[in-house]
Ligand binder design. Structure first.
Ligand code: HEC
Length: 138
């Protein structure tokens, strides 16, 4: 009889434990579900995929992304005589070779500001953006 009771107790305790563990996981699911949509994730915050997004591809933003967000303001239209995207301007510049173009883009040259104002661009990202513009040459 005693054995039976303690077996029942163990069963009961087990059931309570299982129930509370389930409650805990349900709470987590609920919290997950009621999180605000589109929570902000800052670049460089790798706790929320920010770094993953920022370092998509080979360790950086794509050349196209960098160009679109940082360089197109001048190079899209040819402001201040910037070599214009999609024109022979870039074929001419390409003759200088990537090493020179990259160094000039990083340090700035005439009206071209250092890093094209992209202070947080890595050298690789700058090079990608230059390549994207070189590829556009007609
Ligand atoms: C404020 C306008 C401006 C922005 C923004 C800008 N550029 Fe330029 N860029 C220029 C101008 C003007 C020149 C032409 C400079 C010259 O040769 O006199 C130039 C020239 C260049 C050249 C040619 C350098 C050479 O040696 O001939 C490269 C490469 C270049 N830019 C890359 C970039 C990249 C990459 C970005 C974005 C990360 C960028 N630029 C953003 C204005 C800009």
């Amino acid at each position: 009889m005693n054995k039976f009771v303690s077996a029942l107790c163990a069963l009961g305790l087990g059931a309570v434990l299982v129930a509370s563990v389930q409650a805990a996981t349900n709470n987590e699911k609920i919290i997950e579900r009621i999180k605000p949509a589109g929570s902000v994730c800052m670049v460089g915050d790798d706790s929320c995929g920010g770094a993953a997004a920022a370092s998509a591809g080979s360790g950086g933003r794509s050349g196209e992304d960098v160009y679109n967000t940082k360089c197109s303001a001048c190079h899209g239209t040819g402001v201040l005589d910037a070599p214009k995207f999609g024109t022979s301007d870039w074929a001419d510049r390409g003759a200088k070779g990537m090493e020179t173009l990259l160094a000039n883009a990083i340090n700035g040259i005439n009206a071209m500001p250092p890093r094209g104002t992209c202070a947080d661009c890595s050298d690789d990202e700058i090079e990608g953006a230059i390549q994207h513009m070189l590829d556009s040459a007609k």
